[in-house]
Design a protein around this ligand. Structure first.
Ligand code: NAD
Ligand code: UD1
Length: 337
């Protein structure tokens, strides 16, 4: 069976290509390389010993998409392509609405034209806004606090509307918590093109000497040590969740959201300490003020993914720290050199 992976040259997409190929699927990738790398695809091929059919094209380009569906017998689509930086989305909201929403709309139109009605969509825990009840489950109220989060929320609504109009579709909306880590080979990983905003890539760039120290955004939160707590999930576990979700779309019809997280919170200081302990490197830090928009605690109830997708995260915080460092120290400049 052939799976089209949009954004497959990016961070989560490349890891998902590896797991899809390992599970016996054929993989076709469309990526415009705005934030991905062709080298990631080559490394996926080296890791798996299998080939990927790669199209350097934009998902908003309907003609290019149609050509892909004509040239390949696609059974399902895993849709990662989109912009993902919260801060940038606040400054450039139209750019986010245009790319994330228009590309999904174009993709859905082409899928319908070719009778391919199975999709796994990259949503985000950011659709929960500032949820109070922890762990957060799929039926919690939805409310996004950034243009980026709103694009995810609107796309979820679009998919629910589409399913309501034609229930032969099957769509899994995967709400990721905090993806971190890298493939165990150290050959693919997260490669931010600018100074990272997220905690784990920031820590690993301090470790490799590219950044001086970690800024801990506030230590007066309502948590065990006062620093913010999140549900970090290893990207390889996350990628395996996509294989399970694709299997689910093959046997079901519906439009369902699933949390992909571990169900466990880890604070900023716990993650920093685990990185130091696991890798034997120093991470100097300075406590600074809170980052606007951050909540105290956010972690998933992952029961639905366990019972309906037969998926559960396996890898520990130590695995995440070890694999992040293995990737970072072997590729200090990501895919650039
Ligand atoms: P990424 O930027 O590494 O990957 C996205 C890929 O999509 C990139 O390779 C980029 O070149 C490509 N792309 C973007 N717009 C495109 C377009 N119009 N046409 C073709 N290709 C296009 O990001 P990622 O971390 O792998 O995230 C993948 C998806 O998961 C995104 O939709 C993101 O919003 C979502 N997500 C990510 C996180 C996270 O922390 N990384 C958390 C929640 C949700
Ligand atoms: C951010 C996004 C969220 C997205 C998620 C995964 C915001 C407000 N939210 O979530 O929508 O789904 O990334 O990509 O940006 N921290 C520091 N120092 C740093 C960086 C972070 O102390 O240099 C702290 C934060 O305050 C937070 C924790 O580390 O408590 C995790 O931050 P981050 O990795 O940015 O993820 P989220 O804020 O959970």
């Amino acid at each position: 069976m052939s799976i089209l992976i949009t954004g497959g040259a990016g961070y989560i997409g490349s890891h998902t290509c590896v797991e899809m190929l390992a599970a016996g699927y054929e993989v076709v990738v469309i990526d415009n390389l705005s934030n991905g790398s062709k080298l990631a695809i080559e490394r996926v091929e080296q890791i798996t010993g299998k080939s990927v059919r790669f199209y350097n094209a934009d998902v908003r380009n309907k003609e290019a998409l149609c050509r892909i569906f004509e040239e390949n017998s696609i059974d399902a689509v895993v849709h990662f392509a989109g912009y993902k930086a919260i801060g940038e989305s606040v400054k450039e909201p139209l750019m986010y609405y245009e790319n994330n929403i228009v590309n999904t709309l174009t993709l859905l139109e082409v899928m319908r034209e070719f009778g391919v009605k199975k999709m796994v969509f990259s949503s985000s825990a950011s659709v929960y806004g500032k949820s109070e009840a922890m762990p957060v489950s799929e039926d919690a109220p939805l409310c996004a606090i950034s243009p980026y989060g709103r694009t995810k929320l609107f796309i979820e609504e679009m998919l629910r509307d589409l399913y309501a109009s034609d229930n032969s579709w099957c769509m899994a909306l995967l709400r990721y918590f905090n993806p971190v880590g890298a493939h165990q080979s150290g050959m693919i990983g997260e490669a931010p093109k600018e100074i990272p905003n997220n905690l784990m890539p920031y820590i690993s760039q301090v470790a490799v000497g590219k950044l001086e120290h970690l800024n801990v955004f506030g230590n007066d939160y309502n948590t065990s040590d006062g620093t913010g707590s999140r549900d970090y999930i290893h990207v390889v576990d996350l990628a395996k969740g996509h294989v399970k979700a694709v299997e689910w779309t093959m046997s079901e019809s519906g439009c369902e959201a699933f949390n992909l997280g571990t169900g466990k919170g880890t604070t900023v200081m716990e993650l920093r300490d685990a990185f130091v302990r696991t890798n034997g490197v120093d991470i100097p830090y300075v406590v600074t003020s809170r980052r606007p928009g951050d909540c105290d605690v956010l972690y998933a109830c992952a029961d639905k993914a366990r019972s309906e997708l037969n998926w559960q995260a396996q890898l520990s915080i130590e695995d995440m720290c070890r694999d992040t460092w293995n990737w970072q120290k072997n590729n200090p400049d990501g895919y650039e050199k």
